[in-house]
Design a protein around this ligand. Sequence first.
Ligand code: FAD
Ligand code: SF4
Length: 483
Amino acid sequence: RLTPILASLPQRPRQEALKTPLALRKITFVETYQPFSAKQVEDQADRCLSCSDRSVCEWTCPLHNNIPKLLELAKQGRINEAVELSHKTSSLPEVCGRVCPQDRLCEGSCTLKDKYGAVTIGNVERYITDTALANGWKPNLQHVKATGKRVAVIGAGPAGLGCADILSRNGIKAVVFDRHPEIGGMLTFGIPAFKLDKQVLINRHQLFADMGIEFRLETEVGRDISLQQLLDEFDAVFVGTGTYQSMQAGLEHEDAPGVYEALPFLIANTKHEMGLPALVDEPYINLAGKRVMVLGGGDTAMDCLRTSLRQRAAVVTCAYRRDEANMPGSKKEVKNAREEGAEFLFNVQPQFIQLDAQGYFAGIGLIRTELGEPDSSGRRRPQVVAGSEFVLEADALIIAFGFSAHSMPWLEAAKVKCNRWGLIEAPRNSRFPCQTSHPQIFAGGDIVRGADLVVTAMSDGRKAALGIIASLGLELQSAPPIQ
Ligand code: FAD
Ligand code: SF4
């Protein structure tokens, strides 16, 4: 089988999904990448060599999706079988197909990558579930026997949803609490619609509800309901509350009008686009006509640049302290931001915030950097170049330096052990995976790992469900997913 595929590869290059035309993309929040056609799926899936029974892409996918088999089924048009297989290892395959950094995960390890270009895995994964759902496919839980057990899930992000999915497939009633008015966590409110259309999560909401998962939205644990109430009422509790403390630049005047944190800016913009009301402490910020500076070089910074552009900002500039090669974000997103009109200023570090006479943000003082020795992450450390300071005038500043654990006093009251960064300790490789120091409480996703990825959060949630099932002394009702 390998020889004809290998011989044909020079004539059959890797194909990316088509992008929405730039003129439309720049001014709307429509998804950047178009879905694959059946023909593209067939062509691309047919490039897979099915290297071995346990292909390396399968192991670099944090969910261990059976990628060669999925590609084979998709190629043959056996979509119902493909979607069933996909859901054995994933709770939101159509989401991962859209937002996973595939170049670092599954596609990054594809045997064909260096010589011929990796097989396009993410787009095929997206196609399988999108097509199945459009054809009316739903998970069939008729064979599942109710156990009478009930679990409270705090947080409807990918960790909480992954946990609730596995629980319901094993006859456990999952009740999911979230402070937001829609499920998805960062999938709905953090990641902008040009990367992930909001209808995708609205469809999933219906599907999960049909599976028997109950959602109690606009309900904040610690404010509207106490953790103790949940511990009294439920057999176990899963905490998947994410990380929401924005990292600061450490500059004077960071609280001046015109200086914004990335996440509230993105959340309020998404709510605005979805027609949902803004919160008093999280108002909609309109940057139309403004000169916008974004500090940071990760995916959140790219999302802020691209959101500002869609709001019709006059000039949008990203300032990053290393060079382009050392940016932590996905190369694809940097390319998209640049195509849409973002400007980049590399090797600069913020020094001070300049205010106007009324105390409004008016510009940012920057100093040039050069790269020194590698730090603990392996990336070269920026060092400032003395005497190279300059000021860049602007009307708005967005700080996108990432997130850390936010304070949850209700969790501290239950004596759940956290590490020195405020992240919950919940080891995956213990007798009951993802169990915290409180035997009834399990945790996963960003609040355990620190800000990471959708796919790893979901993997934690699914793993925690296995821990909960085992701790309740229940048998699995289907073969355990590979974890
Ligand atoms: P979250 O998704 O944060 O969900 C936590 C949920 O808990 C939220 O809905 C929150 O409202 C709820 N909650 C918190 N406290 C309470 C409480 N007390 N009571 C009730 N509910 C509560 N990852 C990717 O893989 N690809 C990307 O392209 C990508 N882009 C990103 C872009 C941005 C702007 C951001 C911020 C993140 C991005 N990420 C991306 C990271 C990814 O979104 C997160 O790693 C992932 O969503 C974490 O999942 P989680 O379930 O742990 O937490
Ligand atoms: Fe690749 Fe992510 Fe899908 Fe895994 S879940 S196969 S890493 S796109």
